[in-house]
Design a protein around this ligand. Structure first.
Ligand code: UDP
Length: 237
């Protein structure tokens, strides 16, 4: 496995959700933050993009017909800011300096995302938590993750999922499903894998960016995944 140093970790908003459906479980949040903190102590430079699916998904909300998609997506982007502030707080509590930078400008709440200051924070060993997705409707935080990873010279995106990689079928439903160790971007797009949207894979292909797909449920799994010590799927050129 290639050696990675600067990584963009993409977490879905649902990763923060409590078992009873409440949007935020503080125990899950602090264990995720501890895991990310451990990765920084192991020498990785970490940027985080967190989704907002635990709060609002614009496409689903607007499908009900009472609200247009751009407005619903704006609400979705605001949800990612709430999640990002939670992750920033938990990272700071875990002893790692972290700062939220939002693609949607809200200067009384957090820094506005700009590439050069973000690179500077990363160079100084701070974790940057990138909020607000791309700042535009009709996109997802998966696409934002790949976009920011390419801008911030990350070596790879770690896409955290429910299972330990990409399977030929849903492993929870089909016991004969097999996990792919490695896929090309073209294969990932052709197979229409649900693990990331096509726009995200296409941008990763264009930027020649590797995507590590794996589970961060077990403690220490971020570091273990980045060091290739636990199973994952790598989507790479
Ligand atoms: N969103 C958006 N533009 C972006 C990123 C996100 O409009 O660049 C909105 C969109 O409504 C999306 C919501 O924010 O449904 C939450 O993001 P996402 O669905 O990617 O979150 P995740 O599934 O990763 O939790």
């Amino acid at each position: 496995m290639a050696t990675f140093r600067r990584i963009l970790v993409k977490l879905s908003g649902e990763a923060l959700m409590a078992p009873d459906g409440y949007w935020l479980d503080t125990q899950i949040l602090s264990s995720l933050a501890e895991d990310l903190a451990q990765a920084t102590r192991a020498g990785f430079e970490i940027a985080v993009v967190i989704g907002g699916g635990n709060i609002i998904r614009g496409a689903r909300m607007s499908a009900a017909g009472w609200i247009d998609r751009p407005t619903a997506d704006s609400m979705g982007m605001l949800g990612t800011v709430m999640n990002s502030l939670a992750v920033e707080t938990a990272l700071n509590a875990a002893g790692v300096p972290a700062r939220t930078m939002s693609a949607v400008s809200m200067p009384t709440i957090c820094e506005t995302y700009a590439r050069q200051p973000a690179l500077h924070h990363l160079d100084k060993g701070q974790v940057v938590v990138l909020a607000g997705g791309t700042g535009n409707p009709f996109f997802t935080t998966d696409t934002a993750a790949v976009l920011r990873a390419a801008e911030l010279r990350c070596d790879a995106v770690l896409k955290a999922t429910q299972v330990d990689g990409v399977y030929s079928a849903d492993p929870k439903k089909d016991p004969s499903a097999i996990r792919f160790d490695r896929l090309t971007h073209d294969e990932a797009i052709a197979k229409d894998l649900k693990v990331m949207d096509t726009a995200a894979f296409a941008l990763a292909r264009e930027s020649k960016l590797s995507i590590i797909v794996g589970s961060v449920h077990a403690p220490s799994s971020v570091t273990a995944l980045l060091q290739g010590k636990v199973p994952s799927t790598i989507v790479a050129p």
